[in-house]
Design a protein around this ligand. Structure first.
Ligand code: AMP
Length: 112
């Protein structure tokens, strides 16, 4: 079971900023920017690469919640970055789909 599943189940505490039946958002424990929030589905989807057409609604919801959380955090005006890592080569360490919301500093390109 992933750490994120344990957070969903309430076994591990998290600094939650949003929760509904489908989606949970909480602050990253090792922030890579002044604001760093993870948005995850409660349905156990490993990554975007593992999603199918039945996941279309929840994938859309993740992005909308990410944008709403960014608004709440005051990131919208300056801009921010959404990232979802896929597989070990893509930098994914936890096998439950998560969208990183990163903001509060100037983002650079290319990312590391
Ligand atoms: P990734 O490398 O894309 O799989 O992202 C995993 C993220 O989860 C990293 O940014 C970690 O800092 C974060 N993380 C790991 N454990 C926790 C935790 N218990 N609470 C909040 N964030 C966590």
């Amino acid at each position: 079971m992933t750490i994120f599943q344990r957070i969903i189940d309430g076994e591990i505490p998290a600094d939650k900023v949003f929760e509904d039946e489908e989606v949970l958002a909480f602050r990253d424990i090792q922030p890579q920017a002044p604001t760093h929030i993870l948005v995850i589905p409660k349905k156990p989807i490993v990554s975007v690469a593992h999603a199918d057409s039945g996941d279309q609604a929840v994938l859309g919801r993740l992005l909308l919640v990410a944008a709403e959380v960014a608004r709440q955090e005051g990131l919208s005006e300056h801009g921010y970055r959404l990232v979802t890592n896929i597989g070990r080569g893509g930098g994914q360490r936890f096998d439950l789909l998560h969208v990183h919301v990163l903001g509060g500093r100037q983002m650079v390109w290319p990312p590391g």
